[in-house]
Design a protein around this ligand. Structure first.
Ligand SMILES: Cc1cc2nc3c(=O)[nH]c(=O)nc-3n(C[C@H](O)[C@H](O)[C@H](O)COP(=O)(O)OP(=O)(O)OC[C@H]3O[C@@H](n4cnc5c(N)ncnc54)[C@H](O)[C@@H]3O)c2cc1C
Length: 447
């Protein structure tokens, strides 16, 4: 290719050894055939790659942990994927209570590294999600009621803009970019290379829990969970998973930053429902609690493709909504990873004003997502339609959608992902990327 700028870092063109491995995202449904992957080793490699792409008119995608849940976000046919996953420094400053992480780190590596040094870093339900993407979209998980979203703890960032210029944002300089990066979603403003988070001391111990029920008790469990989870002690974070009718079960998992005795008492409204088949409530050193909640991803011989959709519940799902769920769970593929997932809201997430950061949906009672999953490409269309039809039927019972769990079936998606923050996000976009160089199917258009 003809250009002034040379690509630097570990560069893999289509046809080179390593191309197939470079092309494998977490969800095979999102794999594409990019022209080239650049595995940046330092910020300058990212800047060179952006300049090269613009000189050659090649579409750009940023990638960190490869966990994108929709297509054409972290890979694109014929494009350049600027991958930061080999930039993995972590620098904890105990005295200031801050940590600087390069954006190639995975959530589990940060949470475990900090826990070993006596500090809390927020995490979700998987150790392998990239800090690069999860932070920009918000970052939800069982600690959010205590310490807020991952992005609520972001205090500074380094980003390379569309001209290849390195920009730092914090509350004193480029504060609008910091605001937009706390929930505005990846792939919109530039390529981020470094985040600085505030961190706090971890407790010596925490109580973890995992309770399971047979699938056919899901309605009872969900009803009890919806009454209980949003208002229970804010030191308790709870995820509720409901699998497909064929081969699935109901499983609630989470943590309580307090004693086991108190956890047992707080969990009673759930442990007394139905007939749990498994009930683990365990006080562990904080380091072990993190490992319990972030076990290594299962090693699968075949990867499932997925279609997700997400929203927020402002009040408990009524019977009508639960009927829609039942229909979905009956139709989902047997023994697949399809299902519904709920996470309780309230506490630190909800204390922040919806306009204080780009993450808007703070006043809900719970977060909800559902996904179909399949292996054979010929099953894709049916499953994608099932997820999207379910969204249509659940629409009266939910608001918004989570940009990190996007659904490209949503039309005019800006206000759905960002609520009343969408106009301001468009203005920030116009300032930092007026030519819309960083764009994907549902990215923020410049004002
Ligand atoms: C198994 C699994 C579990 C999950 N659990 C949770 C959870 O508990 N909580 C939660 O909040 N979310 C969760 N998610 C969703 C997750 O937050 C999003 O998929 C997130 O975007 C993934 O980020 P990534 O860096 O791994 O993905 P990638 O595929 O690398 O990127 C995803 C998006 O972010 C952009 N991006 C990535 N890195 C950068 C960068 N350096 N600069 C600019 N843009 C960038 C990409 O361009 C793309 O648009 C989960 C996803 C999966 C697959």
């Amino acid at each position: 290719m003809n250009s002034k700028t040379k690509l630097t870092g570990r560069v893999i063109f289509r046809g080179d050894p390593g191309y197939e491995a470079a092309r494998k995202n977490w969800d095979p449904h999102t794999n594409r055939f990019p022209k080239v992957f650049v595995f940046a080793q330092r910020t300058q490699d990212v800047a060179n790659a952006i300049k090269w792409a613009r000189e050659n008119h090649v579409p750009i995608r940023a990638r960190s942990g490869r966990h994108a849940l929709e297509t054409n976000l972290s890979q694109v046919n014929g494009g350049i994927v600027i991958d930061v996953s080999e930039m993995k420094k972590i620098k904890l400053n105990k005295k200031n209570g801050t940590v600087i992480v390069e954006t190639g780190n995975r959530v589990g590596r940060i949470a475990n590294t900090l826990a070993a040094q006596g500090f809390i870093a927020p995490f979700g339900d998987s150790p392998t999600v990239g800090i690069g993407g999860i932070t920009l979209g918000g970052g939800i998980g069982p600690l959010q009621r205590t310490i807020g979203l991952i992005s609520d703890n972001l205090i500074e960032l380094e980003m390379v803009d569309a001209n290849g210029k390195v920009i730092v944002a914090n509350k004193k300089q480029n504060a609008d970019l910091l605001w937009a990066s706390r929930g505005g979603g990846g792939g919109n403003f530039g390529i981020y290379t470094r985040y600085k988070f505030k961190v706090r001391r971890a407790p010596a111990k925490a109580t973890v829990f995992k309770i399971s029920w047979p699938w056919n008790q899901f309605e009872k469990v969900l009803k009890a969970w919806q009454q209980w989870a949003p208002s229970v002690d804010t030191r308790l974070g709870s995820e509720l998973n409901i699998g497909p009718k064929k081969g699935g079960n109901v499983m609630m998992e989470g943590l309580f930053l307090g004693s086991k005795t108190e956890a047992i008492r707080l969990l009673k409204p759930l442990t007394s429902v139905g007939t749990p088949t498994e009930s683990i409530i365990r006080l562990l050193p904080y380091t072990e609690a993190v490992k319990f909640l972030l076990p290594p991803d299962p090693v699968l011989t075949q990867r499932f493709s997925n279609q997700f959709s997400s929203g927020f519940g402002k009040r408990p799902f009524p019977d009508k909504a639960i009927k829609v769920m039942r229909h979905f769970l009956e139709k989902a593929e047997a023994n697949s990873t399809a299902g519904f997932f709920f996470l309780n809201w309230g506490g630190a997430v909800s204390r922040v004003s919806p306009k204080a950061t780009a993450f808007f949906w703070r006043k809900a009672k719970f977060y909800v997502e559902w996904n179909t999953s399949w292996i054979k490409p010929s099953d894709a269309a049916r499953n994608i339609a099932l997820t999207r039809n379910t969204r249509r039927k659940l629409q009266p019972f939910i608001v918004g959608s989570y940009i990190n769990v996007p659904d490209q079936g949503i039309e005019n998606s800006g206000p759905v992902y960002y609520g009343a923050n969408f106009p301001r996000l468009r203005r920030v976009k116009a300032k930092y990327d007026p030519q819309n160089v960083f764009r994907n199917p549902q990215s923020i258009p410049p004002a």
